[in-house]
Design a protein around this ligand. Structure first.
Ligand code: BG6
Length: 470
């Protein structure tokens, strides 16, 4: 048996915009709006209107989460649901009622609720008025919204996260066009990365000023870490790997944990004349408001090589002028999603946090395998036999366990996601849940992986296969 530390968090993660549905929401976020104007950009034209109906069925859904043994679950509070007017952060009554009910229900079922404050769901109004994360004013509005959440729910929620995967906002909205408004502008991307780091620090500042830490609560950020492996040991490929790592991982990780941007990155952005606008006061806020806890989303590694064309070629500035993505021959793939499967990277992440990030308290905040057409695997009892998912989780847990044994301070493992949920422009193409969801009837059924995970959680251990497994 591979035993995990006592009180390990065995859980799963979702988000407000992906599970609740748009019911009773007064405002649209950027995805709600994008779906209104371009439904064909979404897989099978399925939008966020119903999602997995959590707004209406949260009691039943949480009961199912309990049934598969989850002891902790992360979701997010939608800014567009809780707040009526963004400048003053006035409250929406139904939003307050809903999140109070959800949090109470989690606690009643013995599940620790963990709450993120932003999961790609910027109110579209703030984009139209101010340019969204391009604006420093929006960082202040976010801190106000965060303050409201702490006031309302801080008595019961003890694990807070400012942002989920901020790097995806930078990539999706400002570089690679997979999130509305699909801008391609390297200079803006740099400013947005800076502003989100600032917004996160400002929210942490409010949390500290309100004394939530003294009442036993912790605050952090959730980062998608993609360790960068160079394609060879040549000097050029190693350099490409280092720069990819600076941009993709360290830009948020160093800032969150050490309170400062990596100096090599700052040097590079200055040389390229795309450095962000900042003030000493803002830098001090970032310095003084580092995180207590880190959530790591890990799906796939990043493999890079030296770029094919010189970074000095005449072209608009993009971070990937310094590296090209590299497809390693013979790699294992989740073909449905197009991501490489490389569980050892979780061990490398664990040791990196141990050695370079103060061995800070952390947990796997998302890991998972998105598979399409899972009805292929239905058995006679109507249960999806997702052995591929069980193996995927098992392999990742094995490497994680090794990292913990070697001293990494990891507190838990959350799968993406408890119940199949809506996933941005991919909508319901890839399913990730322990529990399936028929999106036409909203009937939810536990998959084989859900029953398997329950046993792992109960035993707080990964059974050794040689002894029969679970
Ligand atoms: C994670 C995000 O990166 O990936 C989730 O935090 C998202 O919000 C998940 O749903 C899966 O993405 P996709 O596009 O494969 O459904």
């Amino acid at each position: 048996m591979k035993k995990f530390p006592d009180n390990f968090w065995w859980g799963a993660a979702t988000s407000g915009p992906q599970s609740e549905g748009r019911f009773n929401k007064q405002h649209a976020n950027v995805f709600d709006y994008w779906y209104e104007i371009e439904p064909e950009a979404f897989y099978n034209h399925v939008g966020p209107d119903t999602a997995s109906n959590f707004y209406n069925s949260y009691k039943e859904d949480i009961r199912l989460m309990k049934e598969i043994g989850l002891n902790s679950v992360r979701t997010s509070i939608q800014w567009t649901r809780l707040i009526d007017e963004f400048e003053t952060a006035s409250l929406n009554e139904d939003g307050v009622r809903f999140y109070n009910d959800v949090i109470d229900e989690f606690i009643l079922q013995g599940i620790t609720p963990m709450i993120a404050l932003h999961h790609f769901d910027l109110p579209v109004e703030l984009y139209n008025k101010y340019g969204g994360w391009e604006s420093k004013h929006v960082t202040d509005l976010f801190a106000k919204f965060a303050g409201r959440c702490f006031e309302l729910f801080g008595d019961r929620v003890k694990h807070w996260f400012t942002f989920n995967e901020p790097m995806v906002i930078v990539d999706g909205q400002y570089l690679y066009q997979f999130h509305y408004p699909k801008i391609v502008n390297g200079k803006k991307a740099v400013q947005v990365a800076y502003n989100i780091n600032l917004a996160s620090a400002k929210a942490i500042k409010v949390f500290r000023m309100m004394g939530l830490g003294e009442k036993g609560a912790k605050i952090g950020i959730i980062l998608n870490l993609t360790p960068s492996y160079p394609s060879s040991t040549s000097e050029e490929d190693i350099k490409a790997g280092k720069i990819a790592d600076l941009w993709r991982n360290q830009m948020f990780l160093d800032t969150a944990v050490h309170g400062a941007f990596p100096s090599e990155l700052v040097k590079l952005l200055k040389k390229d004349k795309v450095i962000w606008e900042s003030t000493p006061e803002e830098e001090k806020i970032i310095k003084d408001n580092t995180i207590d806890i880190l959530g790591v989303n890990f799906y796939h590694p990043s493999r890079v090589k030296a770029p094919d064309i010189s970074p000095d070629s005449l072209q608009d500035w993009m971070p990937d002028r310094y590296y090209d993505d590299y497809d390693m021959p013979g790699r294992r793939m989740n073909v449905d999603k197009g991501w490489e499967i490389f569980p050892k990277a979780l061990y490398d992440i664990a040791l990196n946090i141990r050695d370079n990030y103060q061995n800070i308290e952390w947990f796997v905040a998302e890991n998972g395998m998105g598979v399409s057409r899972e009805e292929r695997f239905l058995n006679d009892e109507g249960v999806i036999e997702d052995d591929y998912r069980i193996n995927f989780i098992k392999e990742h847990l094995e490497w994680l366990h090794k990292g913990i044994e070697e001293g990494s301070n990891c507190r838990g493992y959350h799968l993406w996601t408890p119940i199949d949920c809506w996933s941005w422009s991919n909508a319901y193409r890839n399913r990730y849940g322990f529990i399936s969801n028929n999106i036409h009837t909203q009937v939810k059924t536990i998959k084989k992986s859900g029953y398997w995970f329950k046993k792992v959680a109960e035993q707080n251990a990964l059974p050794d296969d040689r002894n029969g497994g679970v």
